[in-house]
Ligand binder design. Sequence first.
Ligand code: EPZ
Length: 420
Amino acid sequence: MAGHIPVNGAKNAALKVLAASILFKDEIALENIPLIEDIKRMCELLGELGMEVKEKGRRSFTVRPGAKIATELPAELSQKFRASIVLAGPILSRYGTVTFFFPGGCLIGKRPVDFFIEGFEKMGARVRVSAHGDSVKYLIETKARRLMGTEIFLRAPSVTATETFILSGILASGETVIKNAAMEPEIVSLSNYLSACGAKIRGVGTPTIRIKGGPCLESRGLKYRTLPDRIEAGSFIILGALCARDLTVTDCNPLDLEALLSVLSHAGVNFKTGKDWVRIINKNGAKIPFKAFNIKTQGYPGFPTDLQALITLFLTQSRGDGAVFETIFESRLEYIKSLREMGAKIRVTENQAFIRGPTALRATNLESRDLRAGMAFILAAIIAKGTSLVHNVYNIDRGYEKVEERLAKVGVDIQRCVSS
Ligand code: EPZ
């Protein structure tokens, strides 16, 4: 495998800027948007709420407020992806009420919403919870005309909870302070755009963020350009380390990938970085196993949980005993069963995986449960002996645009089988 593979815009930034459109008086324009399933669902959701979403081609979209905005998130659509919950705060803070259902998304854990409910209540909202089929319905209303700024301590640095209280604080009265906030680059990117459109946000990218409430935002024609998707970039870098002679991952930001690059360098992977590229060169075509290591997933800037499945796969091809400790989601090691079927030597206790390598993998049928594990299965299939079938590729399409086309361009023998 050799050549160049471009990285698209970050799914988990674009989704939240789209949700933030609810806070604007005027139209917002977004560029470098990845054409993936979650983006399509978010655009459908905004449309159903009454926002006018237009695809302008070349990965650009515009969103403008419609005449009347609904305040209930449609259950079926919003339960397809976790990011839908980020609409709740803007709708509640702008319209004084919101109804949403327990969100869906990757099967990686319970993914509770207690931080959201507690925070809305602390900001002066009343929450009514009721059963809705096999889901839960939340009806939230502000007691006063506006949400009230307050101090919110997140018991875990949840990315979507951090984003929710940034967005909720923008129209609240007074100051909202978020403590133990998540520091992901996607949150910084969202916040920088909102600040350029009139929001008063300080401290984003640190554990304490302060938001001064004010009027609705105005873009005044300022476009949002989505930052590169660091998880997509990391996925391709690991692929390159595993089996490329000379692969350059382009349109990425190596500065957002320091946790991964530090681990790969320690393992002995040979790569160079530039301003917006990472080039992996395996002198004799990646047949030299790398040194095993231990990692623990953490919030940014630690090792990202979204690359956990991919680095576990990498460790099956490294020499010696490695360990991966998943600290964020309680069911994010399920995929290991399938890697074991392929011949990997991995033992799992609680939330830790112990991997002994290198082991040759053999092809099998794989079912992708979550989008990042689904990508790990594609990489496993690429390095395995024989032809594998990866099912449920909708989960992969949720986060990776036309992945088979981009992989085929760098020499991977991969085809999309249209499901019968
Ligand atoms: C975001 O989820 C991403 N999703 C995740 O990507 C990513 O894996 C994660 O950040 C970590 O980087 C989006 O941005 C849409 P959480 P996040 O559910 O942080 C606890 C994807 O589909 N928690 O908030 O919003 C929870 O149990 C995914 O792109 C509570 O206890 O995830 C977990 O331990 C895969 N109560 C931690 O916080 C709450 O109310 C983060 O979970 C909320 C969260």
